[in-house]
Design a protein around this ligand. Sequence first.
Ligand SMILES: [Zn+2]
Ligand SMILES: [Zn+2]
Length: 260
Amino acid sequence: MDVTEFGSPGAFAATYAALVGLIWARYFLVAGLFYWLLWGRPEEKVRADRLAAQRPTRGTVSFEIRMSLLSSVIYAVPGAMVIEAYKAGGTQIYTSLATPLEWVWIPVSIFIYLAIHDTYFYWTHRAMHHPKLFRAMHLAHHRSRHPTPWAGFSFHPWESIISAWPLPLATFFIPIHIGAVIFVLVVMTIAGIANHAGWEVLPRSLIHSAFGRHVITATHHNLHHTDYNANYGLYFRFWDKLMDTDKGLSKPFTPQTRHL
Ligand SMILES: [Zn+2]
Ligand SMILES: [Zn+2]
């Protein structure tokens, strides 16, 4: 690849600004929808299991939105770099689906990308729980003891700077179809928002099936916000189980568990 093909600083700035707008829009759209469906209507109309012992406060929501908007500004930097590099032909993102191998590679590449993200997240997340790093880097995320859908990307800028890189970097080394890139981003968005929703929207039967034993859901991640030393993973329970940090699932909220 010829680096002169990367484009001008002006082109990068335009891509970056458009990407920030796009990331903000998808955040307000998805988090707003989850928030309205789960917290904006009478509880008897919500067909999900409530996890949060406390209803969202205005202060929590406002903080989560401000932090998520800020993290988007940071995430858009490597994102715009990938787009500009893609336009110059410098990434491993492809568009053709001509051979059977290219079709088979789609689910394989999606799994590889999610596994890379999950592994990077688990270990950096555990590191940020070290007492020397926690206050400066990760306390902002844990200010949401009873997180709301708006907390999906509520990270301190230091945490965002650290967590922004694995997926963009992977596009330079591991071939992936552009549709699979979009799929991974959709999974990332929905998982981040749903797992902080304060409600479990998935059926109980699924949570207690093989899916729930291996994939992280709101019921699993909610426990991380009440018990800081457990359930560090992002998509899969693999690392938590291997490293003995998986403390299982949180219990649905009932008035009897209000004291939790
Ligand atoms: Zn944490
Ligand atoms: Zn969280």
